[in-house]
Design a protein around this ligand. Sequence first.
Ligand code: ZN
Length: 491
Amino acid sequence: MESNLLIYNSLSRTKELFKPLHEGMVGMYVCGPTVYGDAHLGHARPAITFDILYRYLQHLGYKVRYVRNITDVGHLEHDADEGEDKIAKKARLEHLEPMEVVQHYLNRYHHDMEALNVLPPSIEPHASGHIIEQIEYVKKILDAGYAYESKGSVYFDVKKYNADHKYGILSGRNIEDLESNTRTLDGQSEKRDPLDFALWKCAAPEHIMHWPSPWSEGFPGWHLECSTMGRKYLGDTFDIHGGGLDLLFPHHECEIAQSVAAQGHPAVRYWMHNNMITINGQKMGKSYKNFINLEEFFAGSHPLLDKAYAPMVIRFFILQAHYRSTVDFSNAALQSAEKALQKMTDSYNRLQNLSPAEKSGVELPDYKELCYEAMDDDLNTPQVIAHLFDACRVINSASNGEISLSAADIESLRSLMDTFLIDLLGIRMGQQQESAGSLKPYEEAVNLLMEVRAKAKAAKDWATSDLIRDRLAQAGFDVKDTKNGVEWSVK
Ligand code: ZN
């Protein structure tokens, strides 16, 4: 297996270092959301990270097939094959069909991704739509001798696999350490060894999502869907598999073991993991009450937030850090990202109005080349942003009449900003100004009403939400719920 687990320095435009496995197409698989709740920052970061990679590979001229799955079955409350299915639990508590829960949160996820200007993937397969393929995959692993059946469930035999191959290759963990950190099994367990993981689970009578299989009426193990759907849409081998660092172990480690067991070789060439997000220095977790969902960021409707933050501010803030570094969210950090983005927007707007001098008064560095070098260096977006700020200083000086720029200079700066800021970093112009503090008082008042309405909607207080919309309509405002959030204008 390739030891290079990062695409470090390998996205070169010369295409000498990065050669797709399949002629004419880069295959890219990213673990998508388990859709049983609203999208939060933990969803935004991988979506934005791999959106940058998707945009850049296409910009370099590759045809990319980008698969991002939807987990709608088999993700149990406790990742180690225990507890209730997360979606089934939500369905039970809210008296809904499980697929109703999935559709509801998937619609909201798509809405949030659109707001963040994350491009949709090429294929978005659902785990529940690939049960037959998953059963076939389990059969292959059984046939190869790396799994066993126990009381209607099928488990992957980690020790047997480790004896022939090596388990832990991605995370650098070894099986002895893992064993000493794992609780021993009680006599009731169906597993031979605590490290074994489920490929198929026999459904308990109260479990509402289940399918027939050769072993039992049951459902697939969580790790299985990604191996199966990656293979179905990208082939036995593909180039890139991504996801959050929290998925590296055990999820991705198990995926590798499954594909080696079923296919005889690893499926993935490069693994990429975005690092985690903390909030005010703390990990995100239920017990910390700091799961701020994206809608709450956009509306400013969470007690930890001082104000609303536009989707582009969130995107820009995430891109100011390298994807392999942690990012700490705080009001102060977001407000400084907001200011920085506003500065860049101002320069971008000035650039559109610059008129050329006959002769250039400065010799400009090749900013575009510098930005390409930064992107080629493992998607170094903070470095790209630093170069763009250097270019902004030149634009501002020209706009103030301190230096003169030729038509060619202006053209190259426009091309730089359009390529890197708009197309590759994916910053949508205009949106972030809404929360930049330059609004007239009545606009701020209407925005305040929009925030109250968003809170009412979040609390399912439809009466208040409709009242605000209707009264604003009577007063001559046009309020629309669009894909990008609420938009209003004066009729
Ligand atoms: Zn996955």
